[in-house]
Design a protein around this ligand. Structure first.
Ligand SMILES: Nc1nc2c(ncn2[C@@H]2O[C@H](COP(=O)(O)OP(=O)(O)OP(=O)(O)O)[C@@H](O)[C@H]2O)c(=O)[nH]1
Ligand SMILES: [Mg+2]
Length: 314
């Protein structure tokens, strides 16, 4: 039996192995994925994003607990785009979600950046598919709010939670830069701290300003106190509400389409990258770089030349 078949049969170890191979960008992993696709599309994907330390992992842990009480099975993917620099692999996340680490219905996996940023998004989407094919009902994807990876993960999710904390004036700035639009649900965690209600009022007025009479989804603002498992039920209720909205409005199809597009583009980029790196045993790329440095070519011309080689497949 291949890894994919084992995953479909519910083999957790095979799933872990397949995700590692996807992370390593191993070609046989991509081949395994081919047989996995027909078995995906059932899981509901929730992205959890926000600045470092706002309580994403604690909230995720609470949501796992809530969904488990409803007999749902859970996959968790924790993404750390900075861990390649720090060398740490989300030790904190592991510790905070340990409560569920022995529950066979919960599958937790962290992913770290190894190469270029696009590779991480690709690995994350691969891991989502594996957990989906494994039969998980919900997949929670935790990512630190920074840059492109976050945006890609937002695109990959059905419901995106953006987590804030009171006293975060600069976070509202970040949101103005676009993350507000990306949030399906805003979570104010650490509601035990001063200023939570004020932040809620501020956010709600910003949201009203955004689209006063819109018939679209109205982003709810949910207060939580994750360390004390408070607000979890409200949060889970908001997720269920958004899911219902997506199903009724037809928005679910749009998200799936967005996800498929992202994945296709990542695959194409990866394919071309690999192709260029392998051309003439790697010499071709080096020659192009030499030519560029010596002013004999430019990136646009080089790109056209590469496309030519791609056409001839030599
Ligand atoms: N006071 C208070 N502290 C909290 C609350 N929720 C989480 N914390 C604490 O905040 C710290 C960070 O929590 P995490 O869940 O690790 O936050 P995170 O967003 O996953 O952090 P990174 O993954 O490092 O970005 C921990 O010390 C938590 O105990 C809360 O509701 N109130
Ligand atoms: Mg965390």
């Amino acid at each position: 039996m291949g890894l994919a078949e084992k995953v479909i049969a519910g083999d957790v170890q095979a799933a872990a192995r397949l995700i590692s191979r996807i992370e390593d960008e191993s070609p046989d992993a991509l081949a395994e994925m081919d047989s996995l696709y027909p078995r995906t599309g059932k899981a509901y994907i929730v992205g959890v994003t926000g600045a470092p330390g706002v309580g994403k992992s604690t909230l995720t842990d609470n949501l796992i607990g809530f969904f488990r009480r409803q007999n749902q099975t859970i996959g968790v993917i924790a993404i750390d785009p900075t861990s390649a620099l720090t060398g740490g692999a989300l030790l904190g996340d592991r510790v905070r979600m340990q409560r569920h680490s022995t529950d066979p219905a919960v599958f937790i996996r962290s992913l770290a950046t190894r190469g270029w940023a696009g590779g991480l998004a690709r690995a994350a989407i691969g891991a989502i598919h594996v957990m989906d094919a494994l039969g998980k009902d919900f997949i929670l994807v935790e990512t630190v709010g920074s840059g492109q990876i976050e945006i890609d993960i937002v695109k990959a999710s059905d419901t995106t939670l953006v987590v804030l904390t009171p006293g975060a004036g600069d976070e509202i700035q970040t949101m103005k830069a676009g993350i507000l639009e990306a949030a399906d649900i805003l979570v104010i965690n650490k509601a035990d701290k001063e200023g939570a209600d004020r932040l809620k009022t501020d956010l709600e007025s910003m949201l009203t300003l955004k689209d006063p009479r819109s018939e679209e989804w109205r982003t709810p603002v949910v207060l939580t106190e994750a360390v004390n498992d408070k607000g979890t039920q409200e949060l889970a209720g908001a997720i269920a509400g958004h899911r219902d909205f997506l199903v009724e409005s037809g928005g679910m199809a749009g998200r799936k389409r967005e996800r498929a597009k992202l994945e296709l583009l990542e695959a194409v980029e990866g394919y071309i990258r690999d192709f260029v790196h392998r051309l003439d045993g790697g010499n071709y790329l080096e020659r192009l770089v030499d030519d560029f440095l010596q002013g004999k070519t430019n990136p646009r011309r080089a790109a056209r030349e590469i496309t030519g080689r791609l056409n001839n497949k030599t």
